[in-house]
Design a protein. Sequence first.
Length: 257
Amino acid sequence: VRHDVGHVTGPPHVTSRRGVAAPPPPPARAQLRGDGGDRGRFEGEGERKLRKMNGYTLLYTGVTVAFWSTILVVGICYTIFDLGFRFDIGWFLTETSPFMWANLGIGLAISLSVVGAAWGIYITGSSILGGGVKAPRIKTKNLVSIIFCEAVAIYGIIMAIVISNMVEPFSGTTPQTIGARNYQAGFSMFGAGLTVGFSNLFCGICVGIVGSGAALADAQNASLFVKILIVEIFGSAIGLFGVIVAILQTSKVKMGD
């Protein structure tokens, strides 16, 4: 067996008895995985995402536990004090004032609409500012997306004013003297406020996301703005659908003596 391997630039290989060099050893595991800095960066991003998911999971778990704990405690208390009959849905609806349901409808109509408008402006406004760094020309014509988002809040304000004008005083204090007409009016106003509120909430989010895409696409290619604007117009029509349905719900409302 020869022991002199000559001048070699790499690591010496084991030579078999027949004089044929054995294959080189496989690369180290660190070389297969890539650079240590990239691996650390990927692991850091994974850990941050995991912590974020754990935070959301903890929040959802806490809310769920609090909700079911409240239901359980109320149920046990009602059972102990012999108040189980108050779980009757009809009793709850007749013992609550129609004024409460009407005011809840007014509040939900304007509050949910404002939340949807603010959410949409936040989404599309941040994209307009970010895209304006690369292409300052987009800052002016993309303000139409902000106007569409703000119109969502205006829908809620209009419907809240319409519902508030339908509220009339009545002299009844018991379910028999209040009457079915006043109960129906209160429930209809609550349903109308809920309908227009949630419609405008999701409409604002929809318009905000589409407006964000329009701003970023316009920064890259100016010819895409008009095409995406058509999609944004159709998205803003969702709020109008909610207003129309709410008007239909309150079209035959008559409150008062």
